[in-house]
Design a protein around this ligand. Structure first.
Ligand SMILES: Cc1cc2nc3c(=O)[nH]c(=O)nc-3n(C[C@H](O)[C@H](O)[C@H](O)COP(=O)(O)OP(=O)(O)OC[C@H]3O[C@@H](n4cnc5c(N)ncnc54)[C@H](O)[C@@H]3O)c2cc1C
Length: 386
């Protein structure tokens, strides 16, 4: 079967970046189609920790209450363990937020998809973008979608937004330029464990290893270890649990003692590493948002926060008809985070050096939050200009 449809915007990828962008554009009156090749409410690789900028966005968009009703525990402090030194920082109440949160992705992403639905977005899961269409002058003007039954939908749209993750098909098809590439990557092993008190975010740093315990839904902590990818070489899926235990022990013997005898609720998950990049943000008839345009190593747990930030920046730029502002602001806010993340991902630091890197990260995050707060006083023009 073949169908033809027309929208103001076609958004490819219906997770945090795509669903949030779709919701914002539809709230401004645009006709939006949001598609994803995956199913609704599915999980994806993540350790879930949201930073202040993400919680601010979820609060402003009115979607935070749903996450709280679903039992997402509040995070009221962050504890950094640098070697044997411990530093606890309370989350200061500000801008209507008094806690951070780490919702499971199936919950966060489906909550944003539901908010997009409520705003009038056409949402379709099980649809894969396979081709882009271009006008005679080269401007992107739509795409071809394919579902599992082999049915094809040709969509024309004034704007095609790639929110389709780090391996973005849209980025490849438009030939988005890579503006910056990271030098380092980490590998991550993580799992979900019950029976720990939900006592804030905790991060551990020792030379060659980092770990984290992040309180999430269902009374679980997402516990991860991060390392250089070579430490995973040759490790079979059967050997993952032993490596995980060894690295937790290296990072913090007290955490290892807490986890001793506990099995995760599902097999441990692994991220083998992927170098970060900053891609060209937009071009004629297209834009990239979330990991599709900007991916940084997960060691700083900042990808979702950046995706929600960039959804706001892109939606504002589309609505005001100033796409170049999206690229400029995204790059200005992202590059300090990108560079400090790369330095932390190198795993060549002493505990004193990683502390200094975290201070730089904190400054970059503060600038990001200040920028998002400043947007509250700069309302977008209601009229939609494409
Ligand atoms: C190990 C690990 C831990 C992490 N931990 C954290 C953390 O604690 N905190 C944090 O903020 N960030 C974390 N991140 C980063 C975070 O997961 C990403 O930044 C975030 O998922 C980006 O969201 P997105 O919506 O841009 O893309 P994605 O989540 O990658 O979603 C892209 C979607 O596009 C769909 N898609 C792809 N191609 C097509 C196509 N051709 N047609 C249709 N659909 C398509 C996919 O099915 C997918 O659903 C972590 C990442 C990793 C790897």
């Amino acid at each position: 079967m073949m169908a033809y449809e027309n929208y103001d915007a076609l958004i490819v990828g219906a997770r945090c970046a795509g669903a949030a962008t779709a919701m914002l554009l539809a709230r401004k009156g645009m006709r939006v189609l949001l598609v994803d090749r995956a199913g609704y409410g599915t999980d994806t690789v993540s350790t879930h920790a949201l930073m202040r900028g993400a919680v601010l966005q979820l609060h402003r968009w009115g979607v935070l209450p749903h996450l709280l009703e679903a039992g997402t525990p509040p995070v009221r402090s962050t504890t950094f363990h640098y070697g044997d030194e411990k530093l606890t920082v309370a989350i200061k109440p500000a801008n209507g937020m008094d806690a951070l949160y780490a919702p499971r992705r199936a919950l966060l992403d489906s909550t944003l998809v539901d908010a997009a639905w409520d705003a009038g977005v056409q949402v379709r899961h099980g649809q894969t973008l396979v081709r882009l269409s271009r006008r005679a002058d080269g401007r992107v003007c739509g795409g071809t979608l394919l579902d599992a039954a082999g049915d094809v939908t040709h969509v024309t749209a004034d704007l095609v937004i790639g929110a389709d993750g780090a391996g973005s098909t849209v980025a490849r098809l438009v030939g988005a330029e890579t503006l910056r590439e990271a030098r380092h990557t980490t590998a991550v092993l993580y799992g979900y464990f019950g029976g720990r008190e939900p006592d804030g975010y905790e991060w551990w740093y020792r030379p060659g290893v980092a770990a984290g315990a992040i309180p999430t839904n269902r009374g679980h902590h997402c516990v991860f270890v991060a390392m250089t990818p070579d430490r995973l070489h040759g490790v079979t899926s059967a050997g993952r649990a032993a490596l995980f235990s060894k690295l937790v022990q290296e990072a913090d013997p007290a955490l290892a003692a807490q986890l001793a005898g506990r099995t995760p609720d599902a097999p441990l998950r692994m991220f083998g590493g992927r170098k970060g990049f900053l891609r060209q943000a937009s071009g004629p008839g297209w834009a990239l948002v979330g990991d599709a345009g900007y991916f940084r190593d997960p060691i700083t747990a900042h990808g979702i926060t950046d995706a929600l930030r960039d959804a706001e920046l892109l939606a504002r730029a589309v609505v005001t008809g100033r796409p170049e502002e999206y690229a400029t602001v995204r790059n200005e806010l992202s590059l300090p985070l990108f560079d400090v993340t790369d330095a932390i991902a190198a795993f060549d630091w002493s505990v004193e050096e990683v502390q200094a890197l975290h201070r730089a990260l904190n400054q970059a995050m503060k600038r990001e939050v200040e920028h998002l707060i400043s947007l509250e006083t700069t309302p977008v023009i209601e009229e939609v200009l494409l």
